[in-house]
Design a binder for this molecule. Structure first.
Ligand SMILES: N[C@@H](CCC(=O)N[C@@H](CS)C(=O)NCC(=O)O)C(=O)O
Length: 218
């Protein structure tokens, strides 16, 4: 088995999506943890590896790759066998996963991070516009999951991994979650998946640690 290294940060959702993919594929990762508090990702050693200074960053032998969704596709392509329901070969099924991943990158993840996570982390008030955007995105997501077990149907795909690590901001969401019953039911199902269990606990601990820090702040 190839030695795949992944630079990550403990509270980084996209890093967790890559870790979940590797776990599901049974690919052991050599995890290289960066301490963002110490700004290790901005140091010259890491900048040489990834000039964008972001995690996750993967190294497979001498091949370096970043952007979580691309890393997930690469891992399934390399270790997923002939065909793998995580990222199917069938053109149209694959296109559905790609559409969700693109939507996640451009809209879903971005909206939740900007409208829920950052106001919590930075203790800044949310704007009305941000709140409306978040509600719209969550309502749309809820509709997407109506009568579905996972995002594209009965099988887990890397789109579920990518979107659940963004959806985890529900831990600090102050709105009414009962308005999104399909999304919450999917989220609960995801928590029953072994690959997400550890991720959920890791991020939950991280959030608890931040809440404690906030409580101790003046
Ligand atoms: N689109 C990228 C986002 C990567 C990203 O921004 N990661 C954050 C951590 S969650 C990061 O490295 N931030 C660098 C910084 O804050 O300086 C992906 O999905 O991999």
């Amino acid at each position: 088995m190839a030695n795949i290294q992944v630079y990550h940060f403990i509270g980084s959702p996209p890093s967790q999506a890559v870790i979940m993919t590797a776990k599901t594929l049974g690919v052991p990762l050599e995890l290289k943890r960066l301490d963002f508090m110490k700004k290790e990702h901005l140091q010259p050693e890491f900048t040489k590896i990834n000039p964008d200074q972001t995690v996750p960053t993967m190294i497979d032998e001498d091949f370096i790759l970043w952007e979580s969704r691309t890393i997930m596709r690469y891992l399934v392509g390399k270790f997923g066998g002939e065909d793998n329901s995580l990222y199917p070969r069938d053109l149209q099924k694959r296109a559905e996963v790609d559409r969700l991943l693109d939507y996640d990158l451009g809209v879903f993840y971005k909206t939740l991070i900007e409208g829920v996570w950052l106001p919590f982390k930075d203790r800044t008030p949310k704007t009305k516009e941000q709140e409306e955007k978040v509600t719209k995105v969550l309502s749309r997501f809820d509709t997407l999951l109506k009568d579905k077990k996972f995002l594209t149907g009965d099988n887990l795909t890397i789109a579920d991994f990518s979107m659940v690590v963004g959806f985890i901001v529900e831990l600090v969401y102050e709105g009414d979650k009962s308005k999104f019953p399909n999304a919450m039911a999917w989220y609960k199902r995801m928590q029953e998946e072994t690959c997400f269990k550890e991720t959920y606990d890791t991020i939950k601990d991280f959030v608890e640690m931040m809440k404690k820090q906030h409580a101790e702040m003046p």
